[in-house]
Write a new protein. Structure first.
Length: 185
């Protein structure tokens, strides 16, 4: 891997409330980033899985009794947002929000995943998490030819395999047709 290609913590903040319902309440906001020169939407589920896992891991350390699930996904401009909840149905409480997008760091595109969470959840903290927004995100870098070809091959493997076999046979016919022939005497 090249220099600067590792995942790093871009920002991190944490707060503790001294007394929320008889116990301490916590709020954490953090951003992790990775320098990337190309992007395809097919990579978003993998990136979100890692980001949501990081947020859920932090929330679990603060409140081990809660189970976390992604409740909603939405796209806001160049940013994709997940709401992460504890509980289910009408009892669900939003405890975290994750943001995935790109920022321009030193003229290079940087994939940045941010989250804000509360644990244990309170109505005031849930309102703050719901109101959280992401700023400073830009459009993702375009996918290169190799990345686009790989994405097409993943989505249409039979078509790509058929075209490959057809191309192989066509090149074989051209090679046989244009081969040098010995001169006749």
């Amino acid at each position: 891997m090249g220099a600067g290609s590792e995942v790093g913590i871009d920002r991190w903040s944490a707060w503790q409330s001294p007394n929320v319902g008889g116990g301490a309440g916590y709020a954490v906001a953090g951003c992790i980033g990775l320098d990337l020169g190309a992007w395809t939407d097919e990579a978003a589920p993998i990136a979100f899985d890692r980001l949501d896992g990081a947020a859920a891991s932090v929330a679990y350390r603060l409140d081990p009794t809660a189970g976390f699930t992604t409740r909603r996904e939405q796209t806001v401009g160049p940013v994709v947002v997940h709401d992460i909840a504890t509980g289910s149905g009408a009892e669900a409480h939003t405890v975290a929000k994750t943001f995935l997008g790109f920022v321009s760091a030193l003229g290079r595109p940087r994939l940045r995943g941010c989250f804000v969470l509360c644990a244990p959840t309170t109505s005031a903290c849930e309102e703050q998490v719901a109101a959280a927004t992401a700023t400073g995100f830009v459009a993702p870098p375009p996918a290169g030819s190799l990345l686009r070809a790989t994405a097409v091959a993943i989505h249409h493997p039979r078509t790509v395999a058929g075209l490959g076999v057809t191309l192989f046979f066509a090149l074989g016919v051209v090679a046989v047709w244009t081969r040098p022939r010995p001169r006749r005497k």
